[in-house]
Ligand binder design. Sequence first.
Ligand SMILES: Cc1cc2nc3c(=O)[nH]c(=O)nc-3n(C[C@H](O)[C@H](O)[C@H](O)COP(=O)(O)OP(=O)(O)OC[C@H]3O[C@@H](n4cnc5c(N)ncnc54)[C@H](O)[C@@H]3O)c2cc1C
Length: 473
Amino acid sequence: MIDQVTTAALAGTYIDVLALDSLRFALPGRVFTPGDDGYEEARAGFGVSDLPTPDVVVVVTSSGDVTAAVNFARSQQLPVGVKATGHNFGFPYRGGLMINTERMQGFSIDLERHIARVEAGVHWGPVVAAAHQYGLAPLNGSAPHVGIVGYTLFGGFGWLLRKYGAAVDSVVAADVVTADGVLHRVSETSEPELFWALRGASGNFGIVTALEFKLHPVSEIYGGAMFFPMERAREVLTTYSEWVKTVPDELTSSIVMFRVPPVPDVPEMLRGKAVMTIRAAYIGAEADGVALLQPIRSLGGLIADTFRMMPYSESHLISNDPVKGAPSRRSTTMLKHLSAEMIDALVRANGIDSTTAVKLVEIRHLGGAMTRVDPSASAFSQRYAPFIVQTIDAVAGPELAAAAERNTQALVAALQPHSTGGALASWLGNGDYGAERTRAGFSPEHYERLTLLKRRYDPTNMFRLNHNIPPAK
Ligand SMILES: Cc1cc2nc3c(=O)[nH]c(=O)nc-3n(C[C@H](O)[C@H](O)[C@H](O)COP(=O)(O)OP(=O)(O)OC[C@H]3O[C@@H](n4cnc5c(N)ncnc54)[C@H](O)[C@@H]3O)c2cc1C
């Protein structure tokens, strides 16, 4: 009967009006379809390129709401995606149902067990601040407004990585609603297979409503950034590549090539300049931190040096990531090494004389604790690359977009001989995504096991509006 169905605006699917009405009745003011007041706000996020255009957005406040949304999606055969903050937008999806968790902001800290429990929508900022009061720290990343669940379950590389591992390795339990609408509590001892899959394959297996993870005894760090002129890229990169071979696990760092935009909110000494930046966090005393950074500082000719002892709650100031996204073209490559050949390729492609440079290249030093975890412990598979590189270029307008595409492809090709071939799913997006790239995130054995588990937990691939792992046939 035509008056009982509506054509979903964007996907050409049909949604039963009565079913939609009863969902709206059950979750008043929290179900949005295109054209509704609140739809635009509910689907938006940090990422602004390729914004998803779901048929229905459900803003959930509890695991009961998540179950209702999943049951509705199943009854209407709608694919499902989940958004906490939208930091991983950047691959388009049209139609389907988006579960928006941004109102699930509860969290608690168990001071005896040093475990935090967070609801699905919680960002790092408040948890870092709360844990800091007790001399504890989670394994958060560079930006306080990134969502904990999305960051953690795909891996999660932060400033404490080399000492305490990837965030995913600190997860002890999760509550998750699977495609059949059932809420599971998963851990090493409760549904261990689902727990294994979630830690690495994230939203492919369900909607996590709460996550529990270990906190670590870090109160202060010696952290900051040193800035050098881009003209010295080769020298700074070469020194960095030798230096990282000598540093202890207490020190995690990155090196950045950055064309700083000429905008007023950037300090004048950096505004509009092309710079090399070395960022680092050291867990230990100031004198030891100063001694460790000496080979870098003694390069001399610094434009700026922001290193200082800082409370861990200020660790986000090391990178000063933007709070709002901008249209961009990204790429990510796991690197085998920072060899002389690789540095040469990078400087030729992106150094001061390059006419095809991208705006930002960040190479993070990995290794340490992450490599000492049993690789079969979870689905997460990117343990052994010693470095990960991310590139970002601006795409405001068609001309810039075309140039960004060309330049990014050239840079990725230059780095290719030095790549492990792996990828980190949470860094995919904005022109660098797709089935092959997701697959590259996992070892062949893990990928095969994931497809078999996907067939068990989500045989129709309901959770596919993501970096998708399809069920085995
Ligand atoms: C400015 C910036 C800084 C960053 N810094 C770092 C960093 O230092 N280290 C690092 O490793 N990464 C970093 N990232 C990458 C970031 O970890 C990923 O983009 C991550 O996926 C963001 O998670 P989110 O929930 O905020 O984003 P969203 O876009 O809301 O979600 C991303 C994905 O996470 C999964 N997900 C989210 N919530 C749930 C849920 N409740 N249940 C199941 N799955 C869920 C889904 O697959 C979803 O598609 C950064 C990204 C940005 C933009």
